[in-house]
Design a protein around this ligand. Structure first.
Ligand code: ATP
Ligand code: MG
Length: 362
């Protein structure tokens, strides 16, 4: 019998150790020796677990462990030890007291190697970081691409204009070009700033009173030429000056995303009279309503539910990130508003409602 117990002890997959009441090792099995890369049992006898402990396991863990086992209870936990070569060993340890004739004579420890699990956890954490980085990177690329295009176009124009500087008319255009450059740079600054605070703030802090008429005009600054070149007409209806609470650049992104989506959809459609309509109005219950309409081909019913999903896109890789409407919805909701979309007969309509600021609030 004792040889059977001995063989079972040595062949167990768990690393097992037996100690006296002071924690000094009396016996360990083969799995234990293998786990800590120790040649023979003799090397260990009489030593305490400190022999294999790592400073990475907080002292308080050992304190709790001793409190539990000294009061005759089992202790379970995850700790980090060191093998004889100084490499970390991650284990799940279970310690229980041993009794003989009702008297406690020692402790028995079972350890399960967690190295594989720890490695997988680390990889998962890393993969998760990559996903987060990817999301930020894609968002950054999306938001900065347009101002960068604008900067390079205007800079090219300035270079050309410098060559034919005698003509006075160029001066006004030069002024406009340099203004446009400054605005693009400001926009990129704003996006970077936004990204930096994106993860920390989501509580409406730092919002300002934004004039939507100015937002609409600025949204067209970058897109005006592009839309004209593609024979896309834009009709804007604005009533009085309407103000909302939000971030100016974010509000611009909202309009910008709707317009670029139409621009891209017209590229694929066969519509003869390409038209985008934007109407800003005040509702009876004091909301600002942005009614957006285009005839760029419409959104098929089977995908309309998905358009606000991050990364949902029908564009080929490299042409769309699928973040435009996800960002748009996030901005609208962060400003206390809502957005809805309907599409039929090749036409798309977005309705955005935002809480209006009363005139006397400044
Ligand atoms: N006005 C529109 N007309 C037709 N389809 C649209 C329109 N607006 C959005 N869509 C559809 O919704 C999808 C998601 O739009 P979203 O703006 O979120 O991403 P995207 O435009 O594909 O990518 P990105 O915004 O990065 O360019 C688009 O791929 C397109 O299929
Ligand atoms: Mg888009």
């Amino acid at each position: 019998m004792s040889s059977l117990i001995n063989s079972a002890f040595n062949q167990a997959v768990y690393a097992i150790c037996l100690t006296d009441l002071d924690g000094k090792l009396l016996h360990v099995n083969h799995a234990y020796l293998k786990l800590y890369k120790i040649e023979s049992v003799e090397e260990l006898i009489g030593k305490t677990q400190r022999f294999i402990s790592s400073p990475k396991t907080p002292k308080v863990v050992y304190q709790q462990m001793w409190q539990m086992i000294e009061s005759n209870r089992n202790w379970n936990g995850e700790i980090t030890n060191l093998d004889s070569e100084g490499r970390e060993v991650f284990i799940h340890l279970n310690i229980n007291p041993i009794f003989k004739n009702g008297e406690k004579i020692g402790y028995m420890g079972f350890s399960l190697d967690r190295s594989q699990q720890v490695m997988m956890e680390k990889q998962l954490l890393h993969a998760n970081k990559l996903v987060v980085l990817g999301t930020l990177g894609a968002g950054l690329a999306h938001e900065l691409n347009n101002p960068l295009t604008s900067i390079s176009l205007e800079a090219e124009y300035i270079q050309e204009a410098i060559h034919s500087f005698q003509e006075m008319e160029h001066l006004d255009q030069l002024k406009a070009a340099s203004n446009s450059i400054l605005m693009s740079v400001e926009r990129m600054n704003r996006v970077i700033e936004h990204l930096l605070v994106y993860s920390r703030k989501d509580d409406g802090e730092d919002m300002e009173i934004v004039s939507m008429n100015a937002v609409i005009s600025d949204s067209f600054l970058f897109l005006d030429k592009q839309l004209k070149n593609r024979d896309i007409q834009v009709k804007i209806e604005k009533e009085e000056e309407l103000k909302v609470y939000g971030h100016r650049m974010d509000m611009e992104s909202v309009i910008h995303n709707l317009l670029t989506n139409a621009r891209d959809a017209f590229h694929k459609s066969r519509t003869e009279e390409k038209l985008i309509k934007l109407k800003l109005s005040r509702t009876d219950d004091d909301w600002m309503m942005i009614e957006y309409w285009d005839n760029a081909g419409g959104i098929p019913p089977e995908i309309i539910e998905k358009i606000y999903d991050p990364f949902f896109t029908t564009k080929v890789e490299g042409e769309g990130t699928g973040l435009g409407l996800a960002i748009t919805k996030k901005i609208v909701v962060a400003s206390g508003g809502m957005i809805s979309c309907e599409s039929e007969n090749g036409e798309t309509r977005f309705i955005i409602r935002l809480p209006l600021i009363k005139e006397n609030v400044q």
